[in-house]
Design a protein around this ligand. Structure first.
Ligand SMILES: N[C@@H](CCC(=O)N[C@@H](CS)C(=O)NCC(=O)O)C(=O)O
Length: 229
């Protein structure tokens, strides 16, 4: 079995930080699949695998290439049905799309408003220049303006996790008694913040922080293999 995952890093190639790549790293571990991880910078992505994808994660499984964290999870469940499921069936698959939508529209913009300059500062010179230009074009303002209200964003962050906090009163994981891909989706967003920024957004005894700690512990502490910023 020859699985290879391309993962995004800054200048320090030992610190993958992409939320989407973290979803895939945990998905592979959940399936019990070992894989080679190749660390790349932003400007290397379009050159990978003959230009197959503009984004990572990008997975090679033998002759097969798959891009997009959700599509990779779907692929893994289909290609390796005898291993632990990432979705728990059709309903779980459909509901994971809601979790993805919520995470990307609520948590990801908030992480950007906190960590955008930290992420920039982690990159090598060529990637810094690409990152600044592409993000400033997309966001319509300088990186420094995006994080201007950083302290307010940090203070407001825990409130955005109220749906998860409320759910955790009745079950330990979004997947129920154990984790599913939906847990890895939300984990990816919080791990992105943990690896890129020293901002403290959750009290230690917050049920969401305790859930995050449980996910960090999964699969032999894979999430903890990269220390917090
Ligand atoms: N929907 C995709 C999003 C992947 C994505 O946006 N990846 C970012 C890194 S977090 C990327 O590769 N960006 C390349 C770029 O901005 O040039 C997924 O879930 O995998």
């Amino acid at each position: 079995m020859t699985l290879k995952l391309y993962a995004l890093c800054g200048e320090d190639r030992s610190r993958p930080f992409s939320p989407h790549v973290w979803k895939t790293m945990l998905s592979l571990a959940h399936k019990g699949l070992s894989c080679e991880v190749e660390k790349v910078g932003f400007t290397e992505i379009p050159k990978l695998e003959g230009g197959f994808s503009r984004t990572v994660p990008l997975l090679r499984d033998g002759e097969r290439l798959v891009r997009d964290s959700f599509d990779i999870a779907l692929y893994l469940d289909e290609a390796y049905p005898g291993r632990p499921t990432l979705f728990g069936g059709d309903g779980g698959r459909a509901m994971a799309r809601f979790v993805e939508g919520w995470s990307q529209t609520t948590l990801h913009p908030a992480v950007m408003r906190i960590a955008l300059v930290d992420i920039h500062d982690m990159l090598g010179p060529e990637d810094q220049s690409y990152f600044r230009t592409s993000r400033e074009d997309r966001l319509g303002q300088p990186l420094e303006a995006v994080v201007a209200a950083r302290d307010d964003e940090i203070a407001a962050f825990a409130g955005k996790l109220e749906p998860l906090r409320t759910m955790l009163k009745s079950q330990p994981f979004i997947g129920g008694e154990g984790p599913l891909f939906a847990d890895y989706i939300v984990f990816g967003a919080l791990q992105w913040l943990r690896v890129t920024s020293a901002a403290k957004v959750l009290a230690d005894d917050d049920p969401v922080a305790l859930w995050f700690g449980r996910v960090l512990d999964l699969h032999d502490g894979l999430g903890r293999s990269v220390r917090a910023a």
